[in-house]
Design a binder for this molecule. Sequence first.
Ligand SMILES: C=C(O[C@H]1C=CC=C(C(=O)O)[C@@H]1O)C(=O)O
Length: 407
Amino acid sequence: MFWNRDDRGCVGVGEVLRLTFSGEQRYLEASRAWREIAAHAEIDDPVGMPGSGLLAFGTFAFADDSSVESVLIVPRILVNRHRGTAWITEITRVDSSQVAGEKSVPVLPTATDLGVWHGVELHAASDSVDRATAGSKVDDYLAGVVEATQRIDAGAVEKVVLSRQIAGEVSAGADLRVPLDRLSAKYLDCWTFAVDGLIGASPETLVRSTGGAVSARVLAGTRGRHPEDAARDRAARDELLRSAKEQHEHDFAVQSVVTALAPHVRDMRTSDDPFALQLPNVWHLATDLGASLGAETTALELVDALHPTAAVAGTPTADAVELIAELEPFDRGRYSGAVGWIDADGDGEWVIALRCAQVTEADGGSGSRTVVATAGGGIVAGSDPQHELGETVSKFRPITEAFSSGS
Ligand SMILES: C=C(O[C@H]1C=CC=C(C(=O)O)[C@@H]1O)C(=O)O
């Protein structure tokens, strides 16, 4: 397991506890279960930093009725760093499955060079391929966008986020630290993560809650980057900042976060106007939000209040979620759900699982693993299907490049 942004993050090794959740109450059930575990844990934490002591990583499904399970995983060993400070945490489980007096031997990870990587091309499904296992079809996506704009014109929703999938196979023995290393080296403004096979680098902080301070970064509104042509790149950024359509789409996302957080926080403040966040693959309209935690609320309870924001579902939320279920021909799984960590105080950092891929367990026979990446975008009145398709291509880039055979 891996969680890192620039000079802050941690690696989790092994697994002492795995809790699974599903259904509408998954975030709240996870929060309740975690409170219970934390209350009974004996913790020796001389570090006292965000993420020190007992911690669980989690990845949650987007949809209430997803067949993909949501998990909290407590690693056996945690290796953390926070700027200039680094520490190791060992977690053991003392219950009936462990004999009294039994000694658990810490297995510290040893540094090894990055291993074999042959690369994988991720593709949308063609007519002849089963879309459940090999991505969705581009034509289905384009038809979905057309249908969505018609529904918007008819007043069914104001905004809906539609996504599509691409897929590929990584060969047996492939070292998944290679794509992770590439993501983390390139996407410095993003949280790079690997939790239960979900690998990605997300720029969107759903919520961070540490020591009573709450923050979020809301993103919606996108333009592809043109790093090879500085003038064109600047023009794309300026056009994004001026676009009434993108500002409108962004406002929905900010409003959904402000409304959901308001009952749980005090002194909420946001940046005045959206700013242009520069990532290696795209420009995004971004709004940063800060607040103080109002009552004793865990980070997972805040996630429950926030999910799904208009950046990944739409407006109004319930109608948008229904339309997504109707127009997307696949289960999103953990894409656009929350991924992050929670500690024994209930503090945590959760990002929206974007720019990511789910890697399956190795196949028993061939040893290969399937990689399914998902990306989407907000559809509002006047959205153009080809433009939206291009936007998904830009949003897939972190994953297609990280998993490619190139260096
Ligand atoms: C839904 C995705 O991005 C969201 C986050 C930022 C910008 C978005 C947009 O401009 O549509 C999306 O709301 C995705 O990356 O799959």
